[in-house]
Design a binder for this molecule. Structure first.
Ligand SMILES: [Zn+2]
Length: 236
């Protein structure tokens, strides 16, 4: 469902916990703004295909610009997967995940690039990142990409509402992913399907697990998650 402030689209069960997190961030002096929230398959497919064709900038694993046109299909798919989710397998499809920045920094004219350095000490979003690290879990959220491993790179800006995301991840079976990808117009389809078990293991399942959370926001709210989310219609 659509949320007006901060502007985003979320699973209805994640709305109240997220707004509570935003209020707490506000009390701490931050202005939590959402750069990206729910994204459907078609949007993710457009992003993927534009990167695959070299129409959108692509970075290598160390964050340096890369000309993907020089890469063989297999390497191209691998490179894209470091920074972009496979269409159909993006956590942004679930409505549980958001990419956040501090609006105070944007107000000073800064354009976020969503790079780890911006969230580290000395970066424009370091203070927010630090605060999130200490308070996120009280609202049922956590960071699925806290550091770079073998698959997806570190995404300190990416927050996930654990009570719903946990089940969504369990639903990402090989059969489901293959059915979604086959014939959907994704660049590199043959390469992706040939290596799907590995891709799923390294880039979909290899995320941090949510920590134990005891707060009331970490339980699915009664009435939330039903079609329409009528309780929140005033916020549309
Ligand atoms: Zn994200």
């Amino acid at each position: 469902m659509a949320v007006a402030a901060p502007r985003c689209t979320l699973h209805s069960a994640a709305v109240e916990p997220f707004l509570a997190l935003c209020r707490a961030a506000g009390h701490a002096g931050f202005d939590l703004q959402v750069v990206s929230s729910f994204r459907d398959f078609a949007q993710q497919c457009r992003i993927w295909n534009a990167k695959y064709r070299g129409e959108r900038p692509v970075l290598d694993r160390r964050g340096r610009p890369l000309d993907v046109a020089t890469l063989a299909p297999r390497r191209r798919v691998e490179t894209l997967l470091c920074w972009s989710a496979l269409p159909g397998a993006s956590r942004h499809h679930w409505g549980t995940d958001v990419d956040v920045v501090d609006g105070r920094v944007l107000a000073s004219g800064y354009s976020p690039r969503l790079e780890p350095a911006e969230y580290r000490r000395g970066g424009p979003f370091a203070a927010l990142s630090d605060w999130l690290g200490r308070h996120l879990h009280r609202y049922g959220f956590y960071r699925p990409y806290p550091r770079s491993g073998t698959g997806v790179g570190a995404e300190p800006w990416h927050l996930s509402y654990a009570p719903i995301a946990r089940g969504a991840l369990e639903g990402m079976t090989l059969e489901l992913l293959a059915a979604v990808i086959r014939g959907a117009g994704i660049e590199g389809e043959a390469e992706i399907l040939a290596r799907l078990p590995t891709i799923r293991r390294r880039y979909v399942l290899a995320v941090a697990s949510p920590p134990r959370m005891r707060s009331r926001w970490a339980r699915i709210q009664p009435g939330a998650g039903t079609a329409g989310g009528a309780d929140h219609s005033s916020r549309r």
